[in-house]
Design a binder for this molecule. Structure first.
Ligand code: SAM
Ligand code: 2KA
Ligand code: SF4
Ligand code: MG
Length: 215
């Protein structure tokens, strides 16, 4: 059984696939935080910008089988999509707590490319088409290769230098959003920009969905 907080059609807002039409499937639950505000300060990941508790969001619910969830995702992709390849981004919460080979295979069989946004602490199933890893503090990274490494910056216990030699195609720094009202107008963006200018292996990833307000 899969527990999904929300599922919706939008544009990927972040990283190398920013701007791409995508179905987002946000699984419930995370291994680094309960999702309750009273636990935030003592959690293994303390800066999360997302509500992943329960199954009550838009397009959320419980799905008993891979076929049922794949059908739900498929129905969110537009029927007139021209030459676009159907694309689903599994996020959360931590999607690797729930994503399995059967769900990936079912989505492939109906033409989807499968992307994942993970904190990198759990081993991924085979078959993922786009793997985005976003390390969190001192939590041990068990994934050392993928398509993009997207590090929220700054994190005292996870500096970019600790990841720069790993086997990823793209390296992004994403400014840490600490204020829902002021996501991109703050000193963090300037500091992140300065790091990318001084260390050009790293590119700036802004959360464009927050800037443009499309979800
Ligand atoms: C909510 S997480 C869910 C996926 C997975 N648990 C992870 O951490 O990668 C989705 C993306 O948002 C990023 N993110 C979370 N909180 C953020 C914040 N306050 N500012 C900027 N990016 C954030 C994460 O690093 C990750 O790349
Ligand atoms: N538009 C949009 N793009 C995103 N890219 C990663 C997100 C996430 O929460 O995983 C996200 C999100 O929540 N919305
Ligand atoms: S690991 Fe991801 S989902 Fe979990 S608390 Fe951190 S940012 Fe949020
Ligand atoms: Mg998000």
């Amino acid at each position: 059984m899969y527990q999904v907080k929300e599922a919706f059609y939008t544009l990927q807002g972040e990283g190398a696939q920013a701007g791409r039409a995508s179905v987002f499937c946000r699984f419930s639950g995370c291994n680094l935080w309960s999702g309750r505000e009273r636990d935030r300060a003592t959690a293994r990941c303390t800066f999360c910008d997302t509500d992943f508790v329960g199954t009550d969001g838009q397009g959320g619910g419980r799905f008993e089988t891979p076929a049922a969830l794949a059908e739900h995702i498929s129905a969110l992709w537009p029927s007139e999509a021209g030459r676009a390849i159907p694309y689903v981004v599994f996020t959360g919460g931590e999607p690797l707590l729930q994503l399995d080979p059967a769900l990936i295979a079912t989505l492939h069989s109906v033409g989807f490319e499968v992307a994942v946004e993970t904190n990198g602490t759990l081993t991924p199933p085979a078959g993922i088409d786009w793997l985005c890893v976003s390390p969190k503090g001192k939590n041990t990274l068990v994934i050392d290769q993928g398509d993009e490494l997207k590090l929220v910056y700054p994190q005292t216990e996870a500096p970019p230098e600790a990841f720069a030699k790993l086997d990823f195609r793209h390296f992004f720094l994403q400014p840490m959003d600490v204020s829902p009202l002021d996501a991109h107008d703050n000193d963090t963006v300037a500091r992140t920009t300065a790091y990318c200018l001084a260390n050009p292996q790293w590119r700036l990833s802004l959360q464009t969905h927050k800037i443009a307000g499309f979800d």
